[in-house]
Design a protein around this ligand. Structure first.
Ligand SMILES: *[C@@H]1O[C@H](CO)[C@@H](O)[C@H](O)[C@H]1NC(C)=O
Ligand SMILES: *[C@@H]1O[C@H](CO)[C@@H](O)[C@H](O)[C@H]1NC(C)=O
Ligand SMILES: *[C@@H]1O[C@H](CO)[C@@H](O)[C@H](O)[C@H]1NC(C)=O
Ligand SMILES: *[C@@H]1O[C@H](CO)[C@@H](O)[C@H](O)[C@H]1NC(C)=O
Ligand SMILES: *[C@@H]1O[C@H](CO)[C@@H](O)[C@H](O)[C@H]1NC(C)=O
Ligand SMILES: *[C@@H]1O[C@H](CO)[C@@H](O)[C@H](O)[C@H]1NC(C)=O
Length: 243
């Protein structure tokens, strides 16, 4: 048990450095941004081997959506409530990166890796009861990245009044923060929240609508939209999404 914990925490500590090395080792293959901007379909960009790393979030599927979102997944950021449990989504070429928001999330991973009984108490939604990834595919995100997203990029307060839920960055913003640390250039696809139509789809998959995000007590989407607008205006990222 102890050995596992130490291994997990060491891998968390080293994740950043390992990713850093892998990506900096390969980023000579990036094409210049100009060439990207001239392409008129997301797909043509995503399927290009030129993208050194492709980060995906939660259970955003590739299966059945290859035309729009490409096939490859370098890193998939997830938490216990959002990870795939259906083996049809297995991809041996993906590194699955756990975002640990709470101690339960680490305990959940430990229980899955050691084959123990999964305690499902303390989750806001039933967590996955099986892992479609092999242990060698799993990493834990350095919590430094989450803190940076929340406090430095989104400027969330560190304490919230008792009648409010503490706000967390969405996986998308955490992924952008990670990308800023490991990539030379960051391109975004599918960041398109639009509250003017609450019935419009939330994601490219599933049936959830914008109204779900509108009700979310755990996120501050207006702060995230301000942040996205800001980094686009400053050309820190390229928006690949088209109307
Ligand atoms: C994984 O990567 C290898 C080597 O690039 C490739 O041959 C294989 O088809 C990939 N597997 C999947 C499931 O994408
Ligand atoms: C949001 O959706 C409305 C109605 O569908 C549209 O008129 C508006 O331009 C959209 N806003 C953005 C920022 O895409
Ligand atoms: C979405 O809704 C359709 C039609 O109601 C249903 O067939 C489908 O299973 C739903 N998909 C998901 C992921 O819930
Ligand atoms: C959610 O929707 C309601 C009704 O449309 C609106 O009054 C409210 O301001 C929205 N909340 C957020 C966080 O956008
Ligand atoms: C959300 O963020 C905006 C912009 O930073 C801020 O003005 C607002 O008070 C925040 N709302 C909540 C509920 O924390
Ligand atoms: C990216 O561009 C698309 C198309 O113009 C737009 O709908 C979307 O809101 C933009 N994304 C962000 C985060 O501004």
């Amino acid at each position: 048990m102890k050995g596992y914990l130490v291994a997990i925490f060491l891998s968390a500590v080293f994740l950043y450095y390992v990713l850093h090395c892998i990506l900096w080792g390969t980023n000579v293959y990036w094409v210049p941004p100009l060439e990207m901007q001239q392409r008129n379909k997301i797909q043509s960009c995503l399927s290009k081997p030129a993208f050194a790393s492709l980060l995906r979030m939660n259970n955003g599927p590739v299966l059945g959506h290859e035309e729009e979102v490409g096939r490859r997944t370098t890193f998939r950021l997830f938490y216990p409530e959002s990870v795939f449990s259906d083996p049809s989504h297995t991809d041996p070429n993906t590194t699955a990166v756990l975002i640990a928001f709470k101690p339960h999330d680490l305990r959940w991973l430990l229980e899955l890796l050691t084959g123990g009984k999964i305690n499902t108490n303390g989750f806001w939604k039933k967590p996955a009861l099986n892992l479609i990834y092999k242990p060698y595919q799993i990493r834990i995100l350095d919590p430094f990245i989450i803190r940076m997203a929340a406090y430095e990029l989104l400027h969330f307060p560190k304490t919230f009044p008792k009648n409010q839920k503490p706000k967390h960055p969405t996986t998308g913003i955490i992924a952008i923060t990670l990308a800023f640390h490991i990539c030379h250039e960051v391109h975004l696809a599918g960041f398109k929240y639009n509250f003017s139509d609450l019935k419009s789809p939330l994601h490219y998959y599933g049936n959830a609508t914008m109204s779900l995000m509108n009700e979310s007590a755990y996120h501050n989407v207006s702060a995230e939209q301000l942040f996205l607008k800001d980094i686009m205006e400053k050309n820190f990222v390229v928006n690949l999404t088209e109307d």
